[in-house]
Design a protein around this ligand. Structure first.
Ligand code: DX5
Ligand code: ZN
Length: 215
């Protein structure tokens, strides 16, 4: 499986977001990872659908939108309208997860299901037919710049085996603490979509850093 690199805008300079997006596009990164936090599901508040809509004309990059919100149901049409290409909701959020995943697809987006480090991967099983991607968080959601939790690679490995054995050909994303040291661990375990924020935006050379993640 080809590795997809998704750059987390959380680590970008928000005062110059258009330039940061252009720089990301030129670096050869595949997707933009947009972390939406509501201050309830996680401590922080980041940005919402208006910011996604403002970013949309700047780039043709795939918008990989990670909703860390208490109740995603009402937000699905808002992010579809803003131009998100994928919407990932948390299994731990409120609402009807199966109905939300189906609605995300019905609104023309790819559907993603995220699990926190403490959530067993098996809880995703009933939803796999409704998912284009599963996001196995490799840090506790809420903050950029945290360290990769090695035990999460075991969850990726078990999920990938289950998918292979049961005919689910979906993307497995990892998010949190991904750099040139942890990317090979995640890929060997079976992840094919790597989110990186701090590593890409704090490196002097984003092109070179993105290439190192692909190795
Ligand atoms: C954490 C976010 C991540 C975060 C990753 O809640 O979901 O996407 O931006 O940041 P790094 O790569 O710095 O760990
Ligand atoms: Zn994220």
């Amino acid at each position: 499986m080809k590795t997809v690199i998704s750059a987390s805008m959380l680590a970008s300079d928000l005062t110059r977001i258009a330039d940061e997006i252009k720089k990301t596009e030129k670096s050869g990164v595949d997707w933009l990872h947009i972390d939406v936090m509501d201050g309830v599901f996680v401590d922080n508040i980041t940005y919402g659908n208006n910011v996604v809509a403002a970013m949309r004309p700047i780039t043709r990059l795939f918008f990989d939108t990670h909703l860390m919100v208490h109740d995603p149901t009402r937000l699905i049409p808002l992010f579809a309208g803003a131009g998100s290409d994928m919407l990932t909701i948390h299994l731990e959020s409120e609402g009807n997860t199966a109905a939300n995943l189906a609605e995300i697809r019905r609104q023309g987006m790819k559907s993603g299901l995220a699990i926190k480090p403490a959530t067993p991967w098996e809880e995703c099983i009933p939803y796999l037919p409704l998912c284009d991607m599963v996001l196995v968080m490799t840090v506790d959601p809420g903050y950029g710049g945290q360290g990769f939790i090695p035990q999460c690679a075991e969850k990726v490995k078990a999920l990938r085996s289950f998918c292979n054995e049961n005919g689910f050909n979906l993307d497995i994303q990892v998010d949190g603490g991904i750099d040139n040291k942890t990317a090979p661990v995640a890929k060997t375990a079976g992840a094919n979509v790597l989110v990186a924020g701090t590593y890409l935006f704090r490196s002097g050379d984003m092109n070179a850093a993105a290439e190192l993640l692909r190795l």
